[in-house]
Design a protein around this ligand. Structure first.
Ligand code: SAM
Length: 342
């Protein structure tokens, strides 16, 4: 059995070479998506992974078992759009039954949740984050393309009804698209106990979406000012989770929470606790960096897969870089957000 120093049972958390505890694995299950958000996926020229390159449900389970064995305990499924995988319920079922995990979350655009939410909940999913850039149907159509506000909204309500709570909404603030829609999104928290979070644009992959992400960037300082001007002051909610990438606030009398995720204006690399697994079986060491370690070969080898995977994961943790270079104009070149798993 593989022994990685102090990482060989559930009581320890692996640390990287910057002494950060890395215990959160985000698993991308597919690179394809049923939306084409302007800052994420171009309308043309896309090539997706062939089916046999994608890890299977059993292979994801093997990785999660190995990860728990070296001290990981937080897991999230993402993509692409994870719900477009026909076997997403089986993936959830397999991962949810791995002992030692603190629960399983999913990031989604919610379009397919009216049909899937109850089955996902029954399979063991605990929480979802829904990506919704605006409450204005015309704005959603223009920014997220292919989808519709009504369908996404129905998906969110289905998730809430199924008990996939707390509901967290993520909006990527994009100049010329939704920067003034943030007020109505924030207003939602007055009536609902949801978390509404505003994300700053990041350029990834070097293509047209990366260029748009630079040109249309809106700082969360500006987004916060816009919300406070319209809805009154925000009071900070002290966090008991140092690795939470959001800074959280509440409007007076609100039931819900407003969060700001500000990788550009207020980087949080120092408290990063994440490792990523791409849908084609690479540990991607940092969202904003191209470094990867292949794990698929070990997964698909016949002997001792779990031990080998654990060893590669510990190596990936040790090699994890820190600090992004967005302000110097450097980001990923090889993969875009939808190919890494946002
Ligand atoms: N399909 C799912 C969804 O829509 O949430 C999961 C994958 S998506 C790549 C994950 C998150 O990445 C979404 O909240 C999306 O808005 C965000 N995202 C994509 N491109 C981005 C960019 N250039 N800058 C910041 N966030 C981005």
């Amino acid at each position: 059995m593989f022994r990685a120093g102090c990482f060989d049972n559930y009581g320890f958390v692996p640390r990287d070479s910057f002494n950060r505890e890395i215990d959160y694995l985000r698993l991308s299950v597919i690179d394809n998506c049923n939306l084409r958000c302007v800052y994420c996926m171009p309308l043309e020229g896309l090539r997706f992974l062939p089916k046999d390159e994608l890890l299977t449900p059993a292979e994801f389970e093997t990785v999660v078992r190995a990860a728990v064995g070296v001290g990981f305990h937080k897991f999230r499924l993402t993509g692409g759009e994870p719900t477009v995988r026909l076997d997403i319920v089986e993936i959830v079922e397999r991962l949810a039954r791995v002992p030692g995990s603190d629960g399983l979350a999913l990031t989604t655009n919610a379009l397919l949740l009216p049909e899937l939410a109850p089955a996902l909940k029954r399979a063991g999913l605990n929480r979802i984050n829904v990506h919704l850039d605006s409450l204005d149907p015309a704005s959603v159509e223009r920014q997220m393309r292919w989808g519709s506000f009504e369908k996404i909204w129905r998906g969110i309500l289905a998730a809430e009804e199924a008990g996939l709570t707390p509901i967290k909404l993520n909006s990527v603030v994009t100049a010329g698209y939704n920067e003034s829609d943030v007020v109505e999104l924030a207003r939602l928290t007055l009536k609902r106990d949801w978390h509404v979070r505003f994300i700053e644009l990041m350029p990834l992959g070097g293509g047209e979406c990366a260029r748009l992400s630079v040109a249309r960037y809106v700082s969360n300082i500006e987004t916060r000012r816009r919300i406070e001007t319209a809805l009154g002051p925000l009071t900070e909610i002290p966090s008991d989770n140092a690795a939470d990438e959001a800074r959280n606030y509440r409007l007076a009398g609100a039931h819900g929470v407003i969060g700001f995720i500000s990788p550009v204006s207020e980087p949080y690399c120092g408290t990063c606790n994440r490792m990523r697994l791409t849908a084609d079986g690479k540990f991607h060491l940092c969202l904003l960096n191209d470094d990867e370690l292949d794990v698929k070969k070990a997964i698909r080898s016949s002997d001792g897969a779990i031990d080998k995977i654990a060893e590669i994961l510990v190596r990936a943790v040790r090699m994890k870089p820190t600090g992004h270079h967005l302000l110097e104009g450097r980001s990923t070149h090889d993969r875009s957000m939808y190919q890494i798993g946002g």
